[in-house]
Design a protein around this ligand. Structure first.
Ligand code: ATP
Length: 263
């Protein structure tokens, strides 16, 4: 297939004191594909997620530092100087390594918060009550549809805190889908998921791709990486050191060395 990047990143650097957590010269994520971002602990994967989703700022965001500004664009929009809400509005949503489900709210309430992640949703609530009521009905319908899809519908009135680790991951995914994102970014979707749910998680991810949603995920579980990804990008010490088809990348010398070097 001809390349059609949904995300293009150039020269993104993030330093924490003396540590260069991320130093990515160039990276593209192809539209409609499942891309895995792998690498040893501390490679900079989560920091990279934080940067492109606007939850953190690159060290070279300002023109003060030499070597050129960081630049990245998503779905035709330059996001370099915007924050998390603009990234979400452009159609990029993410989940977190530690799930952010709000334990003291119900599963359905968590979903409706996902709908409010769309910036601007709340702006004219007072002025446009009828419109708001319709929007709210639509949100509830969408939430219920997604909960059914993720087999959480029977739990919709339960507190999110009472779900198992795997169910919380599914809830996070379902919630991220409330805003119909063009790309969903999953940070270690398999961590804390019991074996009974792993297969269904893999199937959900593939189904998303088959519907046209681009998927970018960080994962240490190599079974998952091998089985669901169309493309694998390898980071080590903040840099992209290899990328390619799962089988060839994961058996390459540089990648094996990067993992061994980390221990
Ligand atoms: P893991 O696979 O263990 O989650 P990772 O590839 O996601 O690792 P990051 O969490 O992005 O790696 O960390 C990259 C480097 O940046 C590490 O050396 C980490 O200690 C450092 N780092 C990350 N966040 C901060 C922070 N807020 N303050 C200081 N150092 C940080």
């Amino acid at each position: 297939a001809k390349p059609d990047p949904i995300l293009t990143v150039d020269r993104i650097v993030r330093r924490f004191g003396g540590i260069t957590a991320v130093d990515v010269a160039h990276l593209e994520v192809q539209r409609g594909a499942i891309t895995a971002l792998i690498g040893p602990n501390g490679a900079g994967k989560t920091t990279f997620f934080n940067l492109i989703t606007g939850f953190d700022r690159p060290s070279n965001a300002a023109r003060l530092i030499g070597g050129g500004d960081a630049r990245w664009s998503f779905n035709g929009k330059t996001l370099t100087r915007t924050g998390a809400s603009q990234a979400a509005r452009a159609g990029m949503v993410r989940t977190f390594q530690l799930t952010k489900a709000l334990g003291r709210m119900t599963v359905l309430e968590n979903m409706l918060i996902g709908a409010n992640d769309q910036p601007g949703e709340n702006l004219f609530v007072g002025l446009f009550k009828p419109l708001w009521a319709r929007r709210e009905r639509e949100n509830i319908e969408r939430a219920e549809e997604l909960l059914t899809r993720f087999k959480l519908d029977a739990k919709k009135s339960d507190l999110a805190g009472e779900l198992s680790g795997g169910q919380k991951k599914l809830l996070e995914m379902a919630r991220a889908l409330m805003s119909r994102p063009a790309m969903i970014m999953l940070d270690e979707p398999m961590a804390g998921v019991n074996p009974a749910l792993t297969q269904s998680l893999l199937e959900h991810i593939q189904a998303l791709r088959d519907e046209g949603t681009t998927v970018l995920f960080v994962e240490h579980d190599m079974h998952m990486v091998r089985h669901v990804s169309d493309w694998v990008v390898v980071m080590a010490q903040g840099e992209v050191i290899a990328e390619g088809l799962p089988e060839s990348v994961m058996s390459s010398r540089a990648v094996v060395d990067a993992y061994l070097g980390a221990h």
